[in-house]
Design a protein around this ligand. Sequence first.
Ligand code: BGC
Length: 412
Amino acid sequence: MKATVLTASTLALIAGAALAEPKAEVLHWWTSGGEAKSVAVLQQEFADKGGVWTDMPVAGGGGDAAMTALRARVLSGNAPTAVQLKGPAIQEWYEEGVLADISDVAEAQGWADVLPASIAGHMKCEGTWCAAPVNVHRVDWIWANAEVLAANDIEMPTTWEEFNAAAEKLQAAGIIPLAHGGQAWQDATVFEAVALGILGADGFKKAFVDLDEATLTSPEMVQVFDQMRTLRGYVDPNFPGRDWNLATAMVMNGEAAFQIMGDWAKGEFLAAGKTPGEDFLCASVPGDGFLYNVDSFAMFDVSGDDAKAGQELLAELIVGPSFQKVFNLNKGSIPVRTDVSLEEFDMCAKLSSEDMTASADNGSLLPSYAHGMALRGAQSGAITDVVTQHFNSDMSSEDAVQALAAAVANSL
Ligand code: BGC
């Protein structure tokens, strides 16, 4: 009799684990039109597999507000199940001892065989897999309203001189040359795109990966700040605080000609039914190189079979080929898996993929500092503070480079 009872309870336990209902509370900052459409793909796939998704969206481009919310949740001992997290922040949270190990899923799905090694490296913590990559966003893009450029007889600029000449012409015609939102992360996004063009790939790496003082204070870095000052003259007076997607909308409706922004901006154009090459144009910023920004999700160490089942299912779906294709068609990025066909992707995505391969081959594939891929939070924050301060004051470029070097030194 006793033996029967034991067997029954053991069976119940096993059945309980097997029947765990995958649940996930997911913290992310995908709240704009294009972003919401993209994350809905994951929510749908999760629900189709029996998952229960609790959404925790924290609005704020670039994710600063989301990261503040995350810190508060972890400190109060109530971490979300899955979190949009990227770059060295993944390893920073791992060092806090709060991340779950998702190596089982990664190994079962053979992630090592389908992800580029440089990207896989970002997903590893002391040899274990601690995050699931979603995509590759390129940061160094210029977007333009095709009709506005054509009407003003302007070609997509290929040098900063051409960009400035186009901007002067547009300004004279009463069009806002550059749609920009005055938020620190957007200033940083424009700054790093300008820096890549002016410093070149080697200079960019020395400045924003190696934090080399001589490069941070070099005459070329002075030129980068000079160009930022010039760009400041091309934005409209209402730029402070504006969200990035509203800046994209200004380009869409012809109020402004250009936006310098990562290809999540393309997600906005596409969500509004616009066609690349017809309604809007894309080109990499002047200069060589490719700044990558890989979105990924880390799973936090939470208890309960349902939560663990939710984390496994999410990790499996995120790197799965179907999600990689559909999500990235909406998001503006390209799949991180090397075996997903780009046949259905548009010309900007194809350009991104070609340039990424070429940059990987010639050593100019670089992590975005502005989107948390290159540096830890203290260092990237120190750089962005100076960039924003310069953009919003009359600080000289010479003073800016000195402030940059000092801020970086203080942050180490
Ligand atoms: C993220 C993108 C997001 C963008 C604007 C970037 O840091 O990588 O996924 O769309 O911020 O919020």
